[in-house]
Design a protein around this ligand. Structure first.
Ligand code: MF3
Ligand code: CO
Length: 255
């Protein structure tokens, strides 16, 4: 079932989105060479607590994870594309880090991801991140009333694949509201003019991930959570929670 949200419900989700943006800002500020992923998870816990929110990740146990999720953020480094665990790994100069976080406030969830480089960045990594951000922006721009879900994925793959990067469509976006993961599925790639009609009140997390090497393969690591690029090349993952309104798409995961 797909639940449309009222303006009041979207405002409630906006508060959760503000906390998510606060987590991204704090983790980005603290992420430096020598800092561990576990320490960044602690930073995120503090921001979530002080924001009067709860973590949507902690203890979450979806079919694609081996155990209940042990942290409040996913920290995916370099060739880890999605769901990297906040381990004692200490960041190194030039690491490409994606920070995924969802929280709930008054029972309403918001979910967002940012990617950035720690320390001195390689030009190719900055290109990958810039295109990932542009891919997400294109998906958001396509999420207007009267468009269809396939238009969103089509807009994203045109940018990501157009720049020569690989993409995968098994882990994509999702409806979000009283639950972090709701219907509908939001594909990273789609066919123009196909799929669900987008209506005001639909709130979705849009979350493309790009693979630098250009191939589409990925595999699950032995930790049962980390989704890694098949060729070992780096990946950038970005995500916003977006409300489709009469006035167009409104991004909820911003300060
Ligand atoms: N944004 C990711 C997703 O929607 C978060 C995964 S939640 C986790 O798939 F807790 F399972 F990691
Ligand atoms: Co998500």
């Amino acid at each position: 079932m797909i639940e449309l949200k009222s303006a009041g419900e979207i405002s409630a989700m906006r508060e959760a989105g503000r906390v998510v943006a606060g987590v991204h800002a704090a983790v980005r500020a603290q992420a430096a060479v020598g800092v561990s992923l576990r320490e960044l998870d602690q930073v995120a816990r503090t921001v979530i607590h002080e924001g009067g929110a709860g973590s949507s990740f902690l203890g979450y146990h979806p079919s694609f994870g081996a155990t209940p999720y042990p942290g409040v953020i996913c920290t995916s480094v370099n060739g880890v594309m999605l769901h990297g665990l906040p381990t004692p790994y200490r960041l190194r100069d030039g690491d490409l880090l994606s920070v995924d976080c969802a929280v709930h406030v008054d029972g309403w969830h918001a979910d967002g991801t940012v990617s950035f480089v720690v320390g001195a960045a390689r030009a190719e990594d900055l290109d990958l991140i810039r295109v990932a951000d542009a891919t997400l922006a294109a998906g958001i721009a396509a999420a207007v009333p009267g468009a269809r879900m396939g238009d969103v994925g089509h807009a994203m793959s045109a940018v990501g694949r157009g720049a020569g990067y690989g993409m995968q469509n098994d882990f994509g976006g999702h409806g979000i509201g009283r639950e972090m993961h709701e219907s509908p599925f939001v594909p990273n790639e789609g066919r123009k003019g196909r799929g669900l009609w987008l209506r005001p009140g639909l709130v979705i997390a849009i979350e493309p991930s790009l693979i630098a090497g250009g191939g589409d393969d990925y595999h699950m690591a032995s930790d049962g959570w980390s989704v890694c690029t098949g060729d070992g090349s780096r990946s950038a993952h970005v995500e916003h929670t977006v409300a489709i309104t009469q006035d167009g798409p409104v991004i909820l995961t911003v300060p």
